[in-house]
Write a new protein. Structure first.
Length: 418
């Protein structure tokens, strides 16, 4: 099918979406999860071909982001099953009041209709997006990057088996077959067919969607995530958090990219940091972190001299930009200038500084004494997520079920006229 035909097919199911019962959706989700597990062999075979095709074209870190194994597929199925336990977001009465005319005015949650997701080389997005769309009574149109297309196609085939087994139409879940730029442009301009567009990927993809979309678009920003180590911070806690935020999975948007350190502790803390992220990791056979240092940090430890662009870069790799700052106020100022408003953290034992940081940093997720890696739908108890919104209108932060609904007013009367 062409991209336009797929969009028409998805739009054709709009009339039935609000009529889907919670029981029917949960039945389908359970069967979709079972189908994923049953088709593990086919999905892994497709993934192996994608990885082979991608070698030499994307970094090893991004290859890891693309790669699936039985454990990751099981995790995808568990993410779908977790949605079954969550309340149906559709049909909720968000507010209700009586007017002077005696009308009952209700604000009721409703599905968007057709949600399109354009994403890059993360095949788990395919199952997360499809499951979230179904639970929120939306049809989805998925447009995978070419690096992950074979894997995404195999996943969609499995998920559609779950729909058919539940007597639901296959075209609740749709995968665009064309991975060229033309298909992305067609989705962005599909006025009347796409009700909400969500891009998931790097800055280039997100900026293209935000700048060119004629359909409503959520800005899921890149993650230039900061951690500020305050002068009162416990060093052991700070080191654990920094290593986790930087190295547990550097290719994801909630990984730390910039470290800010108070000048009061920099001479003591930075050598310990280098020993932990560089020397110890080398001795353990792990990939060391390349430290890109501001002038003040470079006077204390060895590393790569940082350029100005390093503090505005989402590395998605084992690279960390490091800057020494005077205090919490300068840390906040730096974050305000360079942050993508995704996730930022302070490590401190000073409650006043923590309060100032939380109130002043204008990001979707602000942490005190915890890793930025927790900015995730599953970790927030949302089951899974459609993306991390860094804008303020409609949705902000991990987009779970509630963020995939709109609302309408339902007015009940008994013959009133105006």
């Amino acid at each position: 099918m062409t991209t336009h035909e797929i969009l028409l097919s998805a739009a054709s199911v709009r009339p039935m979406l609000s009529l889907l019962t919670e029981a029917k959706k949960n039945e389908a989700l359970a069967k979709m999860a079972d189908s994923l597990i049953a088709d593990t062999e086919d999905i892994l075979a497709a993934n192996e071909k994608d990885i082979e095709n991608a070698k030499g074209h994307i970094s090893d870190v991004m290859i890891d982001r693309l790669a699936l194994d039985e454990k990751r597929i099981l995790g995808m199925a568990d993410g779908i099953r977790a949605l079954i336990e969550l309340d149906d977001p559709v049909g909720r009465i968000l507010s209700e009041h009586k007017t002077r005319a005696g009308l009952t005015v209700r604000k009721v949650s409703v599905p968007f209709g057709v949600i399109a997701v354009i994403y890059e080389s993360r095949p788990n997005v395919t199952s997360d997006a499809a499951a979230l769309a179904l639970k929120s009574s939306n049809a989805c149109v998925l447009r995978s990057g070419k690096e992950a297309f074979l894997t995404s196609n195999a996943i969609v085939k499995a998920l559609r088996k779950g729909l058919v087994a539940s007597d639901l139409p296959e075209n609740l879940i749709n995968l665009i077959q064309d991975t060229s730029r033309a298909s992305a442009n067609e989705i962005m301009t599909a006025t009347g067919l796409v009700d909400l567009l969500i891009p998931r990927g790097g800055a280039g993809l997100i900026n293209s969607c935000v700048e060119n979309a004629k359909v409503p678009c959520i800005q899921t920003g890149t993650g230039i995530c900061h951690i500020y180590v305050d002068d009162s911070a416990r060093f052991d806690m700070a080191l654990d958090i920094i290593e986790n935020a930087k190295t547990s999975r550097p290719s994801v948007c909630n990984a730390e990219e910039v470290l800010l350190v108070s000048e009061k502790i920099a001479k003591e803390f930075l050598p310990i940091l280098k020993a932990r992220l560089v020397d110890k990791r080398i001795s353990e056979g792990k990939i060391p972190v390349e430290l890109r240092l501001c002038e003040r940090a470079a006077d204390i430890i060895e590393g790569t001299s940082a350029s100005e662009v390093d503090f505005d870069t989402e590395f998605l790799d084992y690279i960390l930009a490091v800057k020494v700052v005077r205090n919490v106020d300068e840390a906040i100022s730096h974050i305000s200038e360079h942050s993508t408003k995704h996730s930022d953290a302070i490590i401190t034992e000073n409650s006043q500084n923590a309060d100032i940081f939380v109130k002043s940093v204008d990001s979707a997720a602000v942490y005190v004494n915890a890793s930025t890696r927790f900015t995730d739908g599953g970790e927030f108890g949302l089951g899974c997520e459609m993306g991390i919104s860094t804008q303020k209108l409609h949705a902000r932060g991990p987009m779970g079920l509630a963020e995939l609904t709109a609302y309408k007013y339902v007015i009940l009367g008994n013959g009133q006229i105006r």
